[in-house]
Design a protein around this ligand. Sequence first.
Ligand code: NA7
Length: 541
Amino acid sequence: MSSSKPDRERVDIAEIDVVVVGAGFAGCYMLHRVREMGLSVRAFETSSGVGGTWYWNRYPGARCDIESMEYSYQFSEELQQEWEWSERYSPQSEILAYINHVADRFDLRRDIQFETRVTSAHFDETGRRWHVVTDRGDELSAQFCIMATGCLSSTNTPDFPGLDAFEGDWVHTGDWPHEGVDFSGKRVGVIGTGSSGIQSIPLIALESDHLTVFQRTANYSVPANNRPMDPQVQAKVKADYRAFRQRNSEMPFGAFADVGRREESAVLATEEERAEHYDYWWIEGGLTFLASYGDLMFDADANATAASYVRGKIRELVDDPEVAEILIPDQVFGCKRLCADTGYFETFNRSNVDLVDVRKSPIEEITPTGLRTGDAEYALDVIVFATGFDAMTGALLGIDIRGRDGQTLGEKWSAGPRTYLGLGTAGFPNLFTITGPGSPSVLANMVPAIEQHVNWISDCIQYLRDAGLHEIEASIDAEDAWVDHVNEVANMTLFPGCNSWYLGANVPGKPRVFMPYIGFPMYVEKCEEVVAKNYEGFVTS
Ligand code: NA7
């Protein structure tokens, strides 16, 4: 990891070309690109370092579930050749070290102001510029405002009564203390069994005296089968990294080209064929299980075969049949994001681990000494909230963003996010969202999805400059048609069929709208077509 100290000094900037909000994978590459174009730019970052998701999510077991060779930038051949990954799936610490290396290598820190939160961005229609204000009193004016605020960066902590009076410690997986949490000798409660819970629970169980897991919805999880990086695999990919990236970009999720995706149908296979097939993908490990047949997310009967296989595995892995039944999900397989684990279900065979079904008996309050559900009280020293995020819109709506006529983004999106291509929204000229709602984002490999957006935005800015134009804005017609299309595509699949965070269903009161666009290659094609037709669907002036 880099030893460079973040730039803590406040810099007063009157007028610049571009403001970038956030210094995760999106903000770092955006900054690099606009600087290469010779534009003046300032990036603001709330935390004290680069990395975004990988800066904040330091909980035990935090790990990417896209393979390391795929989860990295491709914009620099030297960078992708020189970096060595040590495991099939990188742990958080290694990804954080990588993004710090990128920041050093491309000298990004000098244009990032850390420990600074952008609080408002208002469009001044007369000056045709964004007026941006931070919590440290900076005020600046920029022609373009680019939101690189992340899809899973605004933590969701349920509003349980009594949390303020809790006498123990509580932490959220998405805002984990840098010094770590000492669980030894402690009675720990983990609330939530999404990816963060499923990754951290086996390790917290090992460290703590006693662990109680509070589960609202049982989740499907497949073994990650993580292992040390095979040097031959790494060398083979590096021998023609460009072709490897290209193959992945043609996949529905922008990933897994060399491991996954089968076109065959689960319903057309015989029971024996399916059993053999699922056994293979179960042992292979990882999220490719979801692509082990081509129709799993399109055909309810096909999906039911995968669901039934995983349920059978849970029954095999968990000794106590009653506990196994609580851990068995009843929703569509893959509808909530599939998880990849290391020993998750087996953890419930440990004598120091208990499972509580809070769907049956919800959490009613946090008490000074623990937690109370409808039918019991649990004494706890530490509560871990693995309760997820206000995904895709939370970080954007947390900033006071105002476009034409003073309209706030919150007003505009009161019934759910509305964008054209997830890149811009009508009424907010020169405001770009990287991996915004309406783009593949969380349903694609995030790093290539980010690069595709950053490249598109950079090219767009260059186009405007070359053409002597000042503004670009999504047209309302193009936006309406795109929102309809995003929904139409989602409704062709089984994804909208349960209470997932893709739909905003995890945050009370959030409009129920399917946010990501399903189908990375089709999306990229559409973006390219828009450019070829001189930014069709956008209004320029
Ligand atoms: P997730 O996947 O949103 O999981 C959050 C978990 O917390 C999930 O099991 C929720 O149950 C549970 N939850 C949320 N609110 C409550 C309340 N009020 N009571 C009980 N349980 C609750 O977040 P993660 O951080 O695990 O993962 C996010 C993404 O990061 C992941 O998908 C990967 O892309 C990486 P629910 O299912 O809503 O019933």
